[in-house]
Ligand binder design. Structure first.
Ligand code: IMP
Length: 199
């Protein structure tokens, strides 16, 4: 079986990638199970950070690697919190602290358009000069108060263009069909098929 290491410590992502890739005879390995330490995300773009993470996982394990980097772009804030979404309210901030800071930054604003971005990178090996890079986004607006218990991160305040309710009120199936990560995953699998990575 083809083995690919996932450069993420997130259990939800591990499950999602494992289920999708199993259909193609690929076993997804968690980088934490292979003693890969998390690498500092020193890039200034989603693409750079995803490449940094994939390269690190490939280098340490000797396997091909997949990494993702994602975040929320708010137009009124010139794209912030962007690549800093997870640490918008400070290093180690909780989801609630991050989205509360964002709601405060938009206090009194009517321009509330925003989108989630996701970049997925596949590297055949650590020195791969042409990684596969796929990107997708999910358009919406920022609500005025948190609502809903599903999902994670900014889901309680992100109202997708396709719905009247926040992403935190969608089922995971509904979210996966529309979301930045769900769409980027479809693109990545398509690109990997085209390049003959699955046998
Ligand atoms: P990462 O891709 O796990 O590094 O995610 C970066 C940050 O972006 C997360 O910690 C969340 O704050 C935010 N984020 C990314 N995707 C989503 C999503 O689907 N819903 C809510 N927040 C998200």
């Amino acid at each position: 079986m083809n083995k690919i290491v996932l450069a993420s410590g997130n259990k939800g992502k591990l499950k999602e990638f494992s289920e999708l890739m199993a259909d193609y005879g690929v076993e997804i390995l968690a980088q934490s199970a292979l003693n890969v330490a998390e690498v500092p995300e020193t890039g200034t773009t989603f693409v750079e950070n995803a490449i940094i993470k994939a390269r690190n996982a490939a280098e340490v394990t000797g396997h091909a690697a997949i990494a993702d980097d994602s975040g929320l772009e708010v137009d009124f804030l010139q794209g912030a919190p962007g690549i800093y979404s997870a640490r918008y309210a400070g290093e180690g901030a909780k989801d609630e602290q991050n989205y509360t800071k964002l709601l405060n930054a938009l206090d009194g604003q009517t321009q509330r358009s925003a989108r989630f971005q996701c970049v997925l990178v596949y590297m055949r090996h650590a020195k791969d000069p042409t990684p596969i890079i796929c990107q997708a986004s999910w358009e919406g607006t920022i609500g005025f108060a948190p609502q809903g218990d599903n999902g994670h991160g900014y889901d309680p305040i992100f109202i997708p263009a396709e719905h009247e309710c926040p992403a935190a009120e969608l089922s995971s199936d509904e979210k996966n069909k529309l979301s930045h990560r769900g769409k980027a995953l479809v693109l990545l699998i398509e690109a990997m098929k085209q390049q003959g990575i699955f046998n």
